[in-house]
Design a protein around this ligand. Structure first.
Ligand SMILES: C[S@@+](CC[C@H](N)C(=O)[O-])C[C@H]1O[C@@H](n2cnc3c(N)ncnc32)[C@H](O)[C@@H]1O
Length: 250
């Protein structure tokens, strides 16, 4: 895994619970739009620290499997499930989102948050669709473009975030329809960006900020990456958006 895996781990270790915009509140909104219900089988792709999976299992009584390509994330997430007494309801497996180790039609709902943008979209969605039951739902919450970005911005995010690519929500919708999803809806919550930045800073708190500062002192490579990310967010605010896409497998 590349430098993003180190950055994800750094952020989690300094106190971030989830690494997607809108936090668990937007996860919940998207899961409800997917029609989440008790006893359903849910897959969380790129599960990270495992917060989404544990939250959905606890709140809705679902059986949730989280997959992540990072061994360290899977270890974190398993520990979280154990601490929350959720073993048996939640499981985490190391796997590649583009080669899911499940038979066809295994899940009622497949979710991804801030992960598909790091992958080959077509391969990932083919897999999401393959493992979703007919009539089941797929939800993907991602950073988007609010409007067509300049090539320089696309090049910078690709370089800074290990091959990151995204598109406008309208393009996401078209893409999902072309992949064969039906009833595709999109929700734009880009207007929440200023609040999210404030919330993220307060989630980190003074202790988290000191921890982050201390860790970055010994990782000039990550310091450079994080500085580059801050510059991208600052210089291209009007292009950066957030939203989610929900649709069904016919
Ligand atoms: C930005 S983090 C988001 C984590 C989590 N979904 C959240 O919202 O907190 C992206 C996650 O995707 C995982 N990932 C990256 N490439 C992957 C792949 N090919 N297959 C599965 N997981 C992958 C990373 O290890 C990381 O945990």
């Amino acid at each position: 895994m590349g430098k993003m895996a180190d950055i994800d781990e750094l952020m989690y270790s300094c106190g971030f619970e989830v690494l997607h915009p809108g936090g668990i509140e937007k996860t919940d909104e998207m899961a409800r739009m997917c029609g989440i219900e008790k006893n359903q089988k849910v897959l969380d792709v790129g599960a990270g620290k495992g917060v989404t999976a544990c939250y959905l299992a606890q709140k809705y009584g679902c059986e949730v499997v989280g997959i992540d390509a990072s061994e360290r994330m899977v270890a974190y997430a398993k520990e979280m499930a154990r601490n929350k007494g959720l073993l048996g309801w939640v499981d985490f497996i190391r796997a590649d989102a583009c080669q899911l180790p499940f038979v066809d039609e295994s899940f009622d709902i497949v979710l991804a948050e801030c992960t598909t943008v790091l992958l080959d979209r077509e391969k990932a969605f083919s897999e999401f669709l393959r493992v979703t039951k007919s009539g089941g739902a797929i939800g993907d919450l991602e950073m988007t473009w609010q409007k067509a970005p300049p090539q320089e911005l696309m090049d910078r995010v690709y370089e800074a975030w290990d091959g990151f690519t995204t598109q406008t929500l309208e393009e996401w919708q078209k893409f999902c329809e072309q992949m064969g999803m039906v009833g595709v809806q999109v929700v734009d919550f880009s207007e929440a960006i200023p609040d999210m930045e404030r919330d993220m800073k307060s989630e980190l708190g003074l202790k988290g900020k000191i921890k982050l500062f201390g860790k970055l002192l010994f990782r000039p490579d990550l310091r450079r990456s994080m500085n580059e990310s801050s510059k991208i967010f600052k210089n291209y605010t009007e292009y950066i958006g957030y939203g989610y896409i929900v649709g069904k497998k016919s």
